[in-house]
Design a protein. Sequence first.
Length: 138
Amino acid sequence: MPTEETLVLVKPDGVARGLTGAILARIEAKGYTIVDLRLIHPDRKHLAQHYAEHEGKPFYEPLIDFMLSGPVVAVRLSGERVIEGFRSLAGKTDPTVSAPGTIRGDYGRDWGTSVQQNLVHGSDSPESAAREIGIWFD
Ligand code: DAT
Ligand code: MG
């Protein structure tokens, strides 16, 4: 079986706060391999593709607007069980209650925008990973 891959995004809050290096250091320290990496300023259409599963939800439009607020760093990662492993490293969606020791738990909190600014995205399944890697690394 080929080694698994996942798509990680350092979201605009992470890039703007200068946390890209700290986040990448945690990924590297965990032992995952960076296969490809790009700084991207995505447009609305690109983000609509990425977040298609959330279209119609109450947080969808604010989420897209937030993701348009600055550049993001897209990272293609590989490693055994990297999908699960990166999500564990990232922590729970809500940064206020993400465990200390996780990326969201250590660097994130509610800044008045609920769980929106949570620093990173990680694919949640092999199917999502394949689809999302195709969107960010064509
Ligand atoms: P995750 O990023 O942990 O996979 P998700 O896929 O359920 O979480 O949601 C995608 C993003 O949408 C999430 O990182 C932040 C935002 N979001 C999710 N639920 C939200 C909510 N209830 N209110 C505001 N933003 C939300
Ligand atoms: Mg998700």
